[in-house]
Design a binder for this molecule. Structure first.
Ligand code: SF4
Length: 921
């Protein structure tokens, strides 16, 4: 049966939730509303499967809607203010209540959650008093108004609409009109955006104007550009009409650049996915990439990968303005790394030399000579310095050498090269000037014609832009961030692989198993500008954004976020899991089947004894647990070692007898990896003699990040050791030293502690692959004796829900017996449940019943009672819309007439509400 939507009032904001919320969801929503009301930043951990995304979306959008209604009503009131100041006073009270949510917030997790207006409430809060349907109605009112307005305009739209609209948007911003904060919702991958859009569709907020920002790789619809390896490059060429050809899809952007047209004419009236927009773009011959960007102007919520929000270059190119907006970063456990990378850049010597040669060509051919010449001088100086410095590198590892400078040292060197804060600002102007499009009259085939002034290649453009981005950080505010940078010049060898070429007849000379590829070794010099302080990239956000909400299933340990990002997270939450204790088995194991101690430190992991014991342990787990087993190792290096050893000893064959064994590939194409995963899933679904599949993966690898192993896909996760980052990695070494240096003065975590936290976060991330929803179950087996010998150090780093359940097993046999009875118990419970289900509902004997999320979570929203609510605009419009497809022009007028009636209805409701508030006061 479909779950009924439930209305919660938290901090003065009415939140409509598609079902009864879990305590963890209520805790999340409470934290978010408090943060948004007070303009505070939030750090919220809630385990995977606890409905975090739904809580995030509903609370943030409900808060935004509350702002919106307040804005509308205060606008109505301001007209009446001269006649009666009562309602305006009320509006002020409301604003005070929203900005001081903590005082008014009577939200308590343990108390009754569905609130009815109290008679003691002398002055009800405006938001708490307006039915949610009216809120939706108000929002729809604006959509319709803008639609009526925009349809009038559409006829006049020319191909220059995109540019025109940008101007008008700027005008709007400059008019001083109060703006409701947009919600910028960043996730790690595009796949996660799809999942979030699906969640949004389940809520009453599914019709809010939205957009999804994405790259041309995902959104270009031009059939000749799509097969191109570098779509960005090809698109830019077309837009510059270099060969006299332009993109016709770009000139049709106006067909989908408007929120109301998209929703009510083209049928994307509920939360949509990027694929929906691309499909529509193909149908309308309109560019989905630029449409998505244009839709941002009127979107209430903007979804994008989170580097779009952190990276200053992407922000600029996508025209993202975060001032006074809400930024939600989901799956934010890697946000520190991402922020550091956003403010860092690595270029190689070959790129620098290529840029130098291109600029030289521009100067020689007298093309914008005055601007290109200083840039050429810059590249020459830098290239010469790199060449000279290559002679003074120090050996670091086998076949690799380097030299490192601090930010201050590098500024001194640059000063010697004539690159100072003043000359750099001139260089920036020159770069901006040479990137501008320019047309001149020139001779073409002996005749005068308009010609484009040539520009440097897009590779050189992007290299110079990135280099200038880090230099801008280095020179910014009197070199404030210089100490946060280290510049490393490294020499190493790069191996390039060339596959065997087939012979003249198209056959390979060697059989496939023995086929080899030709590897060639090339000397490479790279110059890296590493930002060691994520707060540098965050400084752009923290100063201007209203609230930042960081959330993930695995933020623990949470200690480093405030100090590393330079932001005070006034609101922090570690929510509990929604599963019961009986659904998860968490055990640490310090010894293998032979009784050998298992401690995966470098010295031990190198020994055959350790490798054999781990192999025997894994085999035993595979014999005990049916279906999917995931095993996470600390590094690819260990994965290679274990595989080689197990193949030699025959253990690999034994594992394969029991399960289909797959190892995570290092690098490689996405397609190859997807194929491997498919094999894994098929082995679990299949009825082969072996019982399921074993996936041996690496912490921080593709499998541990963002992949979903629901139900039988992972009934056990085995982690071997503690995945500390590679201590020999130069960047890790520099970061640890940096933290040690600034630990006292800036309150940073000491280097050693920072290093440990990276390990626990990776471990928690791997462990989080297993339990993915409320009815899921599985075992988490942490293999390493250090958990037993030093629990205070190693157990405290685990996520709250894991550390609460962890049990240490003194012997391996004891651990396996306990695991076996857990596994059998869970399977038995499933079978009993399935039997009951099949008796109760013989028409649905699906074995997946128990493993699906609970009905109250996944069922679609119950429609509102029309007797209580204003007419359901969405349903009516959808009906009208489907009619319009069959007979567009005639029905169209009908539809507009119908909606005019709704406009009246909604206006009457608003006026009534305003009158009621006045009476109450
Ligand atoms: S304008 Fe749009 S459709 Fe045309 S090439 Fe560029 S991304 Fe593709």
């Amino acid at each position: 049966m479909a779950a009924a939507p439930v209305e919660y009032t938290i901090g003065g904001v009415k939140i409509n939730f598609p079902c009864k919320a879990y305590p963890s969801q209520l805790a999340m929503m409470n934290s978010i509303i408090r943060g948004l009301n007070n303009g505070q930043h939030c750090l919220l951990e809630s385990p995977t499967g606890s409905g975090k995304s739904l809580a995030l979306l509903c609370s943030a959008l409900a808060w935004q809607q509350a702002q919106f209604v307040w804005f509308l009503v205060s606008a109505v009131n301001s007209d009446q203010s001269k006649k009666s100041t009562l309602s305006s006073r009320l509006s002020e009270k409301l604003q005070a209540s929203l900005s001081n949510g903590e005082q008014d917030d009577d939200f308590k997790i343990d108390r009754k959650r569905i609130r009815t207006p109290s008679t003691e409430q002398k002055v009800p809060l405006l938001i708490a008093s307006i039915p949610v349907t009216l809120l939706i109605g108000l929002l729809s009112l604006v959509i319709i108004l803008s639609f009526f307005f925009s349809t009038e305009q559409q006829a006049k739209m020319s191909q220059k609409t995109v540019e025109k609209s940008k101007d008008s948007d700027k005008d709007k911003e400059g008019s001083g009109r109060k703006k409701i904060p947009k919600i910028f919702f960043g996730t790690r991958t595009h796949k996660q955006i799809t999942q979030i859009a699906r969640e949004l569709k389940r809520t009453l907020y599914s019709t809010v104007p939205m957009t999804i920002l994405s790259s041309r790789d995902h959104t270009c619809v031009h059939p000749e550009v799509v097969p191109h390896a570098n779509r960005n490059e090809r698109c830019k060429e077309l837009l510059e009409a270099k060969n006299g050809l332009s993109c016709r899809y770009y000139h049709n952007v106006h067909k989908m650049r408007d929120q109301s047209t998209l929703q009510w004419v083209h049928g994307l009236h509920q939360a949509w996915d990027i694929e929906d927009l691309v499909r529509l773009g193909g149908k309308l011959r309109s560019c989905a990439y630029y449409a998505a960007r244009e839709l941002m102007q009127d979107a209430c919520i903007v979804f994008c990968p989170y580097n779009y929000l952190l990276d200053p270059l992407i922000r600029e190119s996508m025209e993202i303005n975060l001032k006074e907006q809400i930024v939600v970063l989901d799956e934010a456990h890697n946000i520190e790394d991402c922020a550091r990378e956003s403010a860092s850049y690595t270029l190689n010597q070959a790129q620098l030399l290529l840029a130098r040669d291109e600029l030289d060509g521009m100067v020689t051919h007298n093309i914008r000579r005055d601007q290109h010449r200083p840039l050429l001088a810059f590249c020459c100086s830098l290239a010469n310095w790199v060449k000279e410095s290559c002679n003074s590198l120090e050996e670091r590892e086998y076949e690799s050498s380097c030299k490192v400078w601090t930010g201050a040292e590098i500024l001194g060197i640059f000063h010697g090269l004539g690159i100072t804060a003043d000359t750099f600002s001139l260089l920036q102007k020159n770069l901006a000037a040479v990137l501008e499009k320019e047309e001149r009259i020139g001779l073409v085939n002996g005749r005068e014609d308009v010609v484009q002034v040539p520009t440097i290649s897009s590779n050189t453009q992007s290299m110079l832009k990135s280099l200038f981005m880090v230099l801008e950080f280095l020179f910014r505010q009197n070199c404030r961030f210089a100490d946060d940078y280290r510049v490393a010049l490294q020499q190493s060898y790069m191996w390039t692989t060339q596959q065997d070429l087939p012979d003249a007849q198209g056959f390979f000379a060697r059989p496939q198993r023995r086929r080899q590829s030709t590897r060639t070794k090339t000397l490479v010099h790279t110059l890296s500008f590493w930002c060691l302080n994520p707060a540098v990239a965050f400084s752009d956000l923290s100063g201007s954004v209203r609230s930042i909400v960081l959330t993930s299933g695995t933020l623990s340990p949470m200690g480093s976020f405030s100090s590393e990002l330079g932001i005070k997270f006034s609101i922090q939450l570690e929510a509990n899991h929604v599963i019961s204790k009986s659904q998860v088995w968490v055990g640490t194991v310090g010894a293998g089947p032979q009784g050998r101690k298992l401690c995966a430190t470098f010295q031990h992991a190198e020994t055959f004894a350790f490798q054999d014991e781990v192999g025997a342990l894994l085999l035993k787990v595979c014999l005990t647990v049916s279906q999917g087993v995931l095993c996470f190792l600390p590094s690819y290096k260990m994965l290679d070692k274990l595989r080689d050893r197990w193949m030699n000893t025959g253990l690999w064959d034994k594992l394969e007898e029991r399960k289909t064994v797959i190892t995570e590939p290092r690098g490689g194409g996405k397609g190859d990896f997807d194929e491997l995963l498919q094999t894994y899933y098929e082995a679990i679904r299949g009825t082969a003699a072996n019982n399921g599949a074993l996936l041996v993966a690496v912490c921080r690898g593709k499998v541990s990040e963002g992949l979903d192993f629901t139900d039988d896909n992972a009934r056990a996760v085995v982690t071997i050791g503690i995945p500390f980052p590679n201590i020999k990695d130069l960047q890790v070494e520099l970061k640890m030293k940096y933290n040690d240096k600034h630990a006292k003065s800036r309150g940073l975590l000491p280097g050693g502690r920072w290093y440990e936290i990276q390990a626990y976060r990776a471990l928690n991330q791997a462990l989080g692959r297993c339990i993915r929803h409320r009815n899921d179950w599985g075992a988490l087996i942490l293999v390493d004796d250090r958990f037993r010998t030093n629990p205070n150090k190693y157990i405290t780093g685990l996520s709250k829900w894991v550390r609460q359940l962890v049990r240490h097993h003194d012997t391996f046999t004891g651990a396996m017996q306990s695991l076996e009875s857990f596994s059998q118990g869970q399977r038995g419970a499933v079978e009993t449940f399935e039997e009951t289900q099949s008796q109760a509902a013989p028409q649905h004997p699906s074995p997946s019943t128990i493993t699906s999320p609970p009905p109250e979570i996944i069922t679609p929203l119950k429609p509102f009672d029309h007797r209580l609510a204003p007419p359901n605009l969405h349903t009516e419009v959808r009906a009208a819309n489907s009619e319009s497809r069959s007979s567009e022009s005639g029905i169209w007028l009908e539809w507009r007439k119908k909606n005019l009636l709704y406009l009246f209805n909604i206006l009457i409701c608003v006026l009534k509400e305003v009158t009621v508030f006045g009476d109450d006061g």
